[in-house]
Write a protein that binds this ligand. Structure first.
Ligand code: FES
Ligand code: FES
Length: 160
């Protein structure tokens, strides 16, 4: 049996004291222990980006990240982005452009886009495509997703 350890995790501004398995992934703790099911389980092998969360502001695949490693770090999930029920500019742009498609890849896409626009408020189309490199969409493609990120960027710069 997996050895248990006590951890303190900071997730979406809340502190959680938990006893978890040493080898549990952050994704497992989020979804199955804390019921934060907005973060999705896609491949489980770090290839699809459905499970992305922000860790100290960086987009990270939580399916291949041990929960114990998140101690002392700030974890933000899709549930933690909007405040007081108001969508963020990225979320709003995804809704308006129709970039929300199957709903499975969307949380990871929004997390990646959020991290990108925080570090680069004026990305080129190529930079957006490069940032989405680890976020797979298997259905209708990336056109609307890229448009949504461009719209959000323009709005966050006060240009739209
Ligand atoms: S579920 Fe984590 S990268 Fe696919
Ligand atoms: S819209 Fe989610 S996999 Fe394509």
């Amino acid at each position: 049996m997996d050895e248990r350890v006590e951890v303190t995790l900071h997730i979406n501004g809340e502190e959680y004291q938990l006893e978890i398995g040493k080898r549990w992934t952050l994704l497992y703790v989020l979804r199955d222990v804390l019921n934060l099911t907005g973060t999705k389980y896609g491949c489980g092998t770090g290839d699809c980006g459905a499970c992305k969360v922000l860790i100290d502001g960086e987009p990270v695949n939580s399916c291949t990240y041990l929960a114990t490693r998140a101690q002392g770090k700030e974890v933000i999930t899709i549930e933690g982005l909007s405040k007081d029920g108001r969508l963020t500019p990225v979320q709003q742009a995804f809704v308006e452009t129709g970039a929300i498609q199957c709903g499975f890849c969307t949380p990871g896409m929004v997390i990646t886009a959020t991290a990108l626009l925080r570090r680069n408020p004026n990305p080129t189309r190529e930079e957006i495509i490069a940032a989405l490199d680890n976020n797979l969409c298997r259905c209708t493609g990336y056109v609307k997703i890229i448009e949504a990120i461009e719209l959000a960027a323009r709005r966050m710069r006060g240009e739209a």
